[in-house]
Design a protein around this ligand. Structure first.
Ligand code: ADP
Ligand code: MG
Length: 661
């Protein structure tokens, strides 16, 4: 006639033993402690039950099993008729979150969080929105008389207030079943009585209350008393008649909603924000320690940035120097591997041959000598460059005053000269030399221009201390030889420099019938220099990477310490319904925050040091890529090295974590 729903909670012959995992049938029982020894009981929704017993009788162990914080060694636990042995870790977490609310003897509040934040925690794991969470937490705290303590930290609250906060937390997700382990144990009798009155009110509202106590007077307030001794139930006053109960919970409906509830996780944003906040607090509280541990990352990131900047700066300087004459140049120099003679000669015919090689834009004869120049009563020795009208293009060198000589001058053996800046200074001072005549080896030459300043380049003492005359004039009138010092070759495509050099080699060798010259490849030398630079930069980068790894180990160290110090907090979080992945995510987030802070400090330090170097005249060019790269490395380091401690935290056994210290 009356349809019997299964009881809310039913324990069948529950055994919990410590020691050996499997007790052998024949003795060796001394190694095994049976803390619970065949406990069977059933509790209906809406009951107010006290479990009473002496200290050490197994009450807390029973409560941990009831609250799904611990699994029995043997026996069955049916929740609304469903055997929880078949529940996954996530389903158990859901049950803790939605069905149970824990109240502990020493409150178990998270010390770094405010009253409100402590109360909000179960709702974070169940995925309530921030506004909703806050509203409910504030309602509960106000209802329990903590209106003006919302933002207080646990250590700013009295014991009774802390216990009320923990009751609010138990009620946050509904608190259908409140499991209270010695809730008045740490309180004076007056506050203890207040807490008991609260529990009675909750029972009156239909909450299922399971109260654990060693105090018979406290137990007497409940409607049903179960007495436990040495892990066995020795008395049970029995459940009162169904009519007297008004349950807040339809257990069947709750369990039916489990699949949907488990799937619904904390909203990622809220979860992240909670984790970030927690991470920030922990870092702030241990700021000095954190800073020390972060030093590795800071140094790593800063050195990557500075070294890359110096590398780039130096490289740019080298390339700029190279570019003074341009890198797409080849030189054909007389001499070579002819064992019989002092080296061959190069003539204008060779210039024509070279000019016809593919990829050669220009080939220019070059004759180098030393002459005496005179203007008025000033004498000077000066290098002579006898070149053609192609020189401005081939040498990448133009006059700043006057004009360069023409092909016509070349043909006519014109006695015209262009002065390097230093020669002009020596002979003319600040006066414009163009149009004046000077004597070059006692031959009068008209100055038609002054060359732009080149400055000293690597290998050349001083490019500005020389004069340029047409090749023909220099060859026939001044030096008296048609043998060239070398041929300057301008090529079109730099990437074909090697092939072109080879081609010149072949063609000239065919013409000379021996290899009495050498082709010098400026492009190859630039390439070699650049490669040396890159190797250097890579080395520096490697050093920086090593310091990043050291920094990562620092992060791992700080995270391992954090996990150890906060074992109990982890237990509390699990008891309020956190899943393994919630804990994992929190600690990975913390590691990431720590390394982000390290990375940011490192970037700042790198920029400051680099700016200082630039101010001191050291060439440095900041590279966005290096900055981003170093920061990303720091972040990844934190993630990688923070993962292991985080996983360790997530895998903690809830009871061990809760009862640590
Ligand atoms: P109560 O809460 O009734 O005081 P507990 O349930 O905490 O008792 O403990 C019951 C017994 O189980 C005690 O004798 C205790 O020493 C033992 N016990 C509890 N936890 C462990 C454990 N992790 N390993 C071994 N023995 C334990
Ligand atoms: Mg106990």
């Amino acid at each position: 006639m009356v349809s019997h729903a299964p009881p809310l909670i039913e324990l069948r012959n529950i055994v919990k033993s410590y020691g050996a995992n499997t007790a052998s049938a024949d003795g060796a029982q001394s190694a095994v402690t049976r803390v619970l020894d065949g406990v069977s009981l059933s509790i209906e929704a809406g009951e107010f039950v006290a479990i009473v017993g002496a200290s050490g009788s197994g009450k807390s162990t029973l409560m941990h099993i009831l609250g799904c914080l611990d699994r029995p060694s043997a026996g069955q636990y049916l929740f609304a008729g469903r055997d929880i042995a078949g529940f996954s870790a996530d389903e158990l977490a859901w049950l803790r979150r939605e069905a149970f609310g824990f109240v502990f003897q020493d409150y178990h509040l998270i010390a770094t969080e405010s009253a409100r934040e402590n109360v909000e925690m179960p709702a974070i794991y169940s995925g309530a929105s921030e506004a909703e969470r806050r509203r409910r937490a504030d309602d509960l705290l106000i209802r329990l008389g903590l209106d003006n303590r919302l933002d207080h930290r646990p250590n700013q609250l009295s014991g009774g207030q802390q216990q009320r906060v923990s009751i609010c937390r138990a009620l946050m997700n509904g608190g259908h079943i409140v499991l209270a382990d010695e809730p008045t144990g740490a309180l004076d009798s007056k506050t203890g009585a207040e807490v008991m009155r609260l529990l009675e009110d909750l029972a009156g509202d239909g909450h299922t209350i399971i109260l654990i106590t060693h105090d018979r007077d406290v137990a007497a307030r409940a409607r049903r008393i179960i007495e436990i001794r040495d892990g066995q139930i020795i008395a049970d006053s029995g459940a009162p008649a169904r009519a007297s109960r008004r349950a807040s919970l339809d257990a069947g409906a709750l369990v039916a909603s489990m699949t949907a509830g488990v799937a619904r996780s904390a909203s990622f944003g809220a979860d992240l924000r909670d984790a970030l906040r927690a991470a920030w607090r922990v870092m702030w509280i241990n700021s000095f320690r954190t800073l020390l541990t972060l030093l590795g990352i800071v140094i790593g990131v800063a050195s990557v940035i500075v070294m890359m900047a110096i590398g780039a700066g130096t490289q740019k300087q080298v390339l700029e120097k190279m570019a003074t004459f341009g890198s797409n140049r080849l030189y054909v120099i007389p001499g070579g591997d002819n064992p019989r003679g002092p080296g061959g000669t190069l003539s204008l015919d060779d210039v024509s041959i070279v000019r016809d090689v593919p990829n050669v834009t220009a080939a220019m004869p070059f004759l180098n000598s030393t002459v005496t120049v005179r203007y008025g009563n000033i004498d000077a020795q000066s290098p002579l460059w006898a070149v053609t009208e192609e020189a401005p293009r081939v040498l990448n060198w133009k006059p700043v005053r006057g004009v360069f000589f023409s092909a016509d001058d070349e043909r006519r053996l014109a006695t015209v000269v262009l002065l390097g800046k230093r020669v002009r200074e020596k002979l003319f001072g600040a006066t414009d030399p163009v149009g004046h005549y000077i004597l070059v080896n006692n031959v009068p030459f008209q100055v038609i221009g002054e060359l732009e300043e080149k400055g000293a380049t690597s290998g050349d003492a001083d490019n500005d201390n020389m004069i340029m005359v047409p090749w023909s004039t220099g060859s026939y009138r001044l030096v008296g030889t048609t043998n060239l010092s070398w041929i300057s070759v301008l090529i079109d495509r730099l990437d074909l420099a090697d092939e072109t050099a080879q081609k010149i080699n072949q063609t000239l060798e065919r013409a000379h019938r021996l290899h009495d010259f050498e082709v010098y490849n400026q492009a190859a030398s630039v390439k070699a220099q650049t490669e040396t630079q890159s190797t250097l930069t890579l080395m520096l980068g490697l050093i920086a990477a090593i310091s990043l790894v050291v920094g990562g180990i620092g992060v791992m160290n700080i995270m391992l310490m954090t996990v150890r110090e906060r074992t109990r907090e982890i237990g509390i979080r699990i008891a309020t319904g956190a899943r393994q992945r919630d804990i994992l995510r929190q600690f990975v987030t913390e590691a990431t925050v720590v390394s982000c802070v390290g990375g940011t400090l490192g970037v700042a330090a790198g920029l400051i040091i680099g700016t200082g170097l630039i101010a001191a005249g050291i060439p440095a060019i900041f590279s966005i890529r290096a900055i981003l790269g170093a920061f990303t490395c720091a972040l990844l380091t934190g993630l990688v090295f923070g993962f292991m401690p985080a996983r360790q935290a997530a895998r903690l056994d809830p009871v061990v974590a809760l009862t640590s210290e």
